[in-house]
Ligand binder design. Structure first.
Ligand code: TRP
Length: 455
């Protein structure tokens, strides 16, 4: 069977630093800024952190390494990769199809949250939405969410920007952009952290984040930690397989994945250190999700010296984090259409952006025109989030782990992960195979059944 051929001209990342920036760019996203700090604070601080670290090491890292290795070995999109590497006639390539569907669903709601972030950069520049009264900031956010045109237009801005970057290709677009943005992200974040630590609420903020409260740690907390590890590392839908297909042959995959894991964790911790001291200084409740970002923080900024500047910097920082994640999400279906249907890249990008715009409109409008339209008790925004995070990603993750551990097998996996023995990491590879075969699938299955309310 003629699968898409990995032509000699296939685009890819051009330097070790570029690989790191792009992969880290995918992992770092909205998850670091409002998921991680809030979940850590409300689930027992340092206790949760410890469990999250274990989950990242035991589930996240092995699956990430597996996806990158499979992708690099096949040098193709996830569907073609699994078709080529699996036994003939077995439908393992469906995992790539599930991944593509998940990518579209995640982008539909993720792009709308990014749209709000972009809108808040604008509002920051204007000085609107900045008030010490949370009722006023709440009103500003509600006005944005319930305006169909504002929601749609900002989403289109996001999609055009991401599509435009992808038009420049893998090394000229994804790599060039993330290589510049990632250092800027660390710079801005560190500056905001240092500022935040000078505030009166620093002690209370840090103790919210780090005080170990093991009495809060129960089964649900463990499951939350595993779920977060999974989402944070962009695994379970072929993102890392796609990026792996752009990795250089001599790249040390376990080392790269380990560095991405550490840097991603650092971004999460710094975000928490930047946010909570400020929140506690003014006696606010550390709310989670959109409320923290779009309602509480503007009220905090309004009371700080240079508040308007801080607001702009904070939302620029969040935009940067979100751009790298969006690039990695959109690249998955773009590469599939490009390689499998032979479409030129610009056509694949145009079609994918249009599909996301249509699905995304359902999410963008779920705060206004479609507010009353519920399926299974959820609006479109919530439904796409739920189906992708709780069904498609875990299913994809389990199947990738099983494929790498059992189907592709120990020998091939060890050979590929050690760069044909050159890295001398066979003992590590052996541990990874055990994790992929037994530990990850079981843990992910438990998390998934819990997410679906079966357990
Ligand atoms: N990791 C990103 C974040 O934390 C989100 C993300 C990007 C993602 N690509 C993904 C999540 C693929 C799951 C699968 O915001």
């Amino acid at each position: 069977m003629a699968n898409s051929t990995a032509s000699a001209k296939r685009d890819g990342f051009s330097s070790a630093l570029g690989v790191l920036a792009a992969t880290l760019g995918s992992a770092v996203g909205l998850g670091n800024i409002w998921k991680f700090p809030a979940l850590t604070g409300s689930n027992g601080g340092a206790g949760f952190l410890l469990i999250y670290l274990c989950a990242t090491l035991v589930v996240g890292l092995p699956v990430m390494i597996a996806e990158l290795t499979l992708g690099r070995h096949a040098r193709a999109n996830p569907i073609a990769a699994l078709k080529r590497m699996g036994p003939p006639g077995r439908p393992w390539w469906l995992v790539g199809v599930i991944g593509m569907i998940a990518a579209f669903l995640i982008m539909a709601f993720y792009s709308e949250v990014v749209a709000w972030v972009f809108a808040y950069v604008w509002k920051g520049l204007e000085g609107s939405a900045l008030s010490s009264d949370p009722a006023v900031t709440q009103g500003a956010f509600t006005a944005l969410v319930s305006s169909p045109w504002q929601s749609l237009l900002w989403q289109w801005v996001v999609l055009l920007l991401i599509g435009g970057i992808l038009l420049k290709g893998v090394s000229g677009g994804i790599e060039a952009v993330t290589k510049r943005l990632m250092p800027l992200l660390f710079l801005l974040l560190t500056a905001l952290c240092l500022y935040s630590l000078t505030l009166d609420g620093a002690g209370a903020g840090l103790s919210f984040l780090f005080r170990p409260d093991f009495s809060k740690v129960d089964a649900t907390v463990v499951l939350t930690a595993v779920g977060l590890a999974f989402f944070k590392m962009s695994i379970g839908m072929g993102t890392m397989m796609t990026y792996g297909s752009y990795f250089r042959t001599e790249q040390n995959i376990p080392l790269t994945a380990g560095r991405v894991m550490c840097a991603d964790l650092a971004v999460s911790l710094l975000a928490g250190i930047a946010i909570f001291p400020a929140v506690f200084t003014f006696g606010f409740e550390p709310a989670a999700g959109p409320a923290l970002l779009f309602i509480t923080l503007p009220a905090v900024f309004a009371q700080l010296p240079f508040g308007q500047l801080l607001m702009v910097l904070f939302f620029v920082l969040t935009s940067i984090a979100a751009i790298g994640a969006m690039l990695s999400l959109l690249e998955v279906p773009v590469l599939i259409l490009h390689e499998r249907l032979g479409w030129p890249r610009h056509k694949a990008i145009g079609v994918c952006v249009a599909v996301v715009a249509v699905l995304g409109a359902a999410c963008a409008l779920s705060g206004s025109v479609l507010a009353g339209f519920l399926l299974f008790g959820r609006n479109m925004f919530e439904l796409m989030d739920f189906v992708s995070s709780n069904v498609l990603l875990p299913v994809g993750g389990i199947l990738v782990a099983l494929f790498a551990g059992w189907v592709w097998g120990k020998e091939s996996f060890t050979h590929a992960v050690s760069n044909a023995g050159e890295l001398g990491n066979t003992r590590l590879a052996r541990v990874l195979v055990v994790l992929l075969r037994y530990v990850s699938p079981v843990l992910i299955l438990i998390v998934m059944l819990h997410g679906l309310g079966v357990l």
